[in-house]
Design a protein around this ligand. Structure first.
Ligand SMILES: O=C(O)CCC(=O)C(=O)O
Length: 275
């Protein structure tokens, strides 16, 4: 993680973001998305894809993730209650699940993700990152405004985040909120907070993106987003997040040479993997 350590008064660009120009996705007749979805993605930086997955698929994905998340929750407790971004009873981040579950590896290659990548990433997309994020109600905690490309700076800056709710997600239990239109400036500077990196403070035009189990919130790596706390007592808001980047994308970390996103175990080519 790389962040500016001082709080920005007004949104600033990330120091590596020079000369960025947003590249509009083009509507492809006969593809997965309709023209309105592509237009909303270009204008607002996100859209909600309704009915992407059936109940059996979601149940199998949830059953694969639950024990891995449980182990992560236990590891967080063993570490004293906080481990990286995870916090016991509040939020867990459980990463690289495709390396631990053949079912999740297959899911990452689901025709819906292939169709989304063809529409919004390009003909050769790789899985860049996958993680579950479970929000507990024991210690309600938001996850602050950030862009996914604010964590590790990737070029090209435009890649895709697929936020897959495994339960119905709404404002009360911590669905995503989006700052529409800000993606078009590219990556913003982020500052460190105790609960994650942050790039914006006040967002008067923020819009919630509630989604039911089976839907998917699809957003750009450059769309600033946050999730609210889970205020529904005794519930867990479960999401699985998969990110896809164009083949050839590189990660830039301070003090290190650029690194290709091509780990064969978890950053496989979508067009070459799976059924
Ligand atoms: O699902 C959440 O609560 C936050 C996840 C998120 O914004 C992220 O992983 O970038």
């Amino acid at each position: 993680m790389h962040a500016q350590m001082t709080e920005a008064a007004a949104p600033q660009l990330h120091p590596r973001n020079r000369g960025f120009v947003w590249r509009d996705a083009e509507y492809q007749p006969g593809g997965l998305l309709d023209a309105a979805q592509v237009a909303q993605f270009n204008r607002d930086g996100y859209f909600v894809l309704r009915g992407a997955f059936d109940a059996d698929t979601l149940a199998a994905v949830t059953a694969a993730i639950d024990p891995l998340e449980q182990a992560q929750e236990e590891a967080v407790r063993a570490a004293g209650g906080d481990l990286q971004l995870s916090s016991a009873d509040a939020i867990t981040f459980t990463t690289h699940l495709v390396t631990r579950s053949p079912l999740l590896r297959d899911f990452a290659c689901h025709p819906v993700f292939r169709g989304l990548c063809r529409a919004l990433v390009g003909p050769h997309a790789r899985l860049y990152w996958d993680q579950s994020v479970y929000k507990k109600s024991g210690k309600p905690q938001e996850f602050p405004w950030h862009q996914d490309n604010g964590y590790t700076f990737v070029e090209p800056q435009q890649y895709l985040t697929c936020w897959v709710p495994l339960v119905d997600a709404d404002v009360e239990n911590g669905c995503p909120w989006i700052a529409p239109g800000r993606h078009r400036a590219g990556t913003l500077a982020h500052w460190m907070t105790p609960i994650g990196l942050q790039c914006l403070q006040e967002v008067p035009d923020a819009v919630p993106a509630p989604a039911q189990a089976g839907d998917m919130v699809v957003f750009s790596s450059l769309a600033p987003h946050r999730t609210g706390p889970n205020l529904r007592a005794g519930s867990v808001r479960k999401a699985y997040i998969l990110q896809y980047a164009p083949d050839g994308a590189m990660a830039y970390r301070d003090g290190q040479p650029p690194q290709p996103l091509d780990d064969p175990q978890r950053q496989f080519l979508l067009d070459a993997a799976g059924p």
